[in-house]
Design a protein around this ligand. Structure first.
Ligand code: NAD
Length: 487
């Protein structure tokens, strides 16, 4: 242990930035607190414009070498990082849970294996990434996927390492160098990722990790002229700021933002499955961008659906996320808890009624909540709460269901519960959403395009779409031997 190390359950974590293959301290620090019980985890380097500039300079210096590294070697190094993640799954899971309060069992068994998979998937995709040459009047067109340059990757706290590596892996695979800035509420696993990448043999400067507040170091990154790609996951207000700071240099952006996704339950659905799908929306204490927080139920089955939903929801166990039997952990921060309760109290003032919940609990927990008697144009229906709060509305027919579902400024995802495949096809065709799930939720394949419509985002990542974003595509046209243009 040194003055720059903190420890979580025996795991040592360096609290400094990782720039150009070296640990770099800042004069200032910020305090990292666990949402589980308010324990201070430690002091983290608080970067600003100087650290942003140093990290971008390191990424710029490393770029030509990494971009020229053969694909097979890049892929090998990404697999070596995946090996390192797999070796440290238990440590990463424990640290992530301490830092963001999400369930240890899901970090252990779901999230951290998927972090490793992010690296393996994009390594393998890189090797088969191609575009067939084509011919124009005897000339050959060859499309190449040229690395774009240093990329700034900015991520939120609700799934820190998962969302960071979903950007880091394709960016590195594409041949870009990276500056990753994790959220200030969850800085720890990104620091461990830097260790893992270094141990895997990734050259210095190819992956840099900086810590600090968005307004201080984040803005310095996104406005930097040498940054050639910005991939951001977070809230709409921050996305607007980032888009403005990227504008002077026309830096291409990928924005994965918030949502207010619907779950449409038709009378012909398996109501037990529909109730399960609704209860699933409390995962991660409702802090999931894709969560279907607006439950829309056909009027004729609303009572029965609600009865089944309540029956399941009241069995959920809320408590310490390190306990294997816990279903819902704490919310991330006292400020987030206040924000959630503010939404709920204003909904009550506007006439909403709580079917269950509607109040905070001891510690940093919020009771799983279902609100009914809510108007379509009310704040609670229109705005993302990012907590365990669902609303219930009824509809009379398919047209009304689609109108309500599409009636917000978001368009991230939608879930449809129906027993009629033709209805599923008709309804999904009309929904404005980046992803539609029929009789399921959260089935994610990395080769699928992922992103949101309207205010839920700009662009798509996943599979080839990630390489579209992180690369500068180039078409090279070669004349046939001896060819002369005779006009
Ligand atoms: P946020 O926008 O407050 O912060 C996200 C990141 O942006 C943090 O790292 C923060 O430090 C940084 N940041 C803040 N201001 C900045 C600035 N001016 N310049 C550069 N960076 C800046 O979001 P949050 O509260 O951390 O995350 C919750 C939001 O993220 C929700 O809206 C949620 O829906 C969304 N989200 C979306 C997805 C998706 O894939 N669409 C996934 C997860 C979360």
């Amino acid at each position: 242990m040194t003055e720059h190390t903190l420890e979580v359950a025996g795991v040592a974590i360096d609290t400094r930035h990782w720039i150009g293959g070296e640990r770099v301290a800042s004069v200032g620090t910020f305090t990292d607190v666990s949402p589980i019980d308010g324990t201070v985890l430690g002091e983290i380097a608080r970067g600003g414009p100087a650290e942003a500039a140093a990290a971008v300079a390191a990424a710029k210096a490393a770029f030509p070498g990494w971009a020229a590294t053969p694909r097979a070697e890049r892929a090998r190094l990404l697999h070596a990082i995946a090996d390192g993640v797999e070796k440290r799954i238990e440590e990463l899971a424990i640290v992530e849970t301490a830092d963001n309060g999400a369930l240890l069992r899901s970090h252990r068994r779901g999230v951290m294996p998927r972090v490793a998979h992010n690296f393996r998937f994009f390594a393998d995709w890189l090797l088969k990434l191609d575009h067939e040459d084509f011919e124009t009047r005897g000339h050959t067109n060859h499309v190449s996927w040229d690395p774009a340059g240093p990329s700034a990757l900015i991520t939120p706290w609700n799934a820190p390492l998962m969302l960071s590596t979903w950007k880091v892996a394709p960016a590195l695979a594409a041949g870009n160098t990276v500056v990753l800035k994790p959220a200030e509420w969850t800085p720890l696993t990104a620091s461990l990722l830097a260790d893992i990448a270094a141990e895997a043999g990734l050259p210095a400067g190819v992956l840099n990790v900086v810590q600090g507040y968005g307004a201080e170091i984040g803005d310095a990154l996104t406005s930097h002229p040498d940054v050639r790609r910005i991939s951001f996951t977070g809230s709409v207000p921050t996305a607007r700021r980032i888009a403005a700071s990227a504008a002077p240099h026309l830096t291409p952006l990928s924005l994965e933002l918030g949502g207010k996704s619907p779950l449409l339950v038709f009378a012909d659905a398996d109501l037990d499955l529909a109730a399960d799908l609704a209860v699933e929306q409390y995962d991660n204490a409702g802090q999931v961008c894709l969560a279907a927080t607006r439950v829309l139920v056909e009027g004729s089955v609303a009572e029965e659906f609600t009865r089944r939903f309540v029956d399941k929801a009241i069995r959920l166990r809320q408590g310490d996320p390190r306990d294997e039997t816990t279903d819902i952990g704490p919310n991330i921060h006292p400020r987030q808890l206040e924000k959630i309760d503010g939404f709920v109290q204003r909904a009550f003032a506007a006439g909403a009624r709580a079917v269950i919940g509607g109040h905070p609990k001891d510690g940093q927990y919020y009771a799983p909540t279902l609100l009914t008697d809510v108007a379509q144009d009310s704040e609670i229906v229109q705005e993302e709460v990012f907590g365990p709060v669902l609303t219930l509305q009824t509809f009379a027919d398919e047209d009304e269901a689609v109108r309500l579902a599409n009636g917000t400024r978001f368009g991230l995802a939608a879930t449809v519960a129906t027993g009629d495949p033709e209805r599923a096809e008709r309804v999904s065709a009309q929904l404005v959403a980046g992803t539609v799930w029929i009789n399921c939720f959260f089935v994610r394949d990395l080769q699928a395009p992922f992103g949101g419509s309207r205010h839920s985002g700009v662009g798509r990542e996943g599979g080839t779409w990630s390489f579209d974003f992180y690369c500068d595509l180039k078409n090279t046209v070669t004349a046939p031997k001896g060819w002369k243009d005779h006009g």
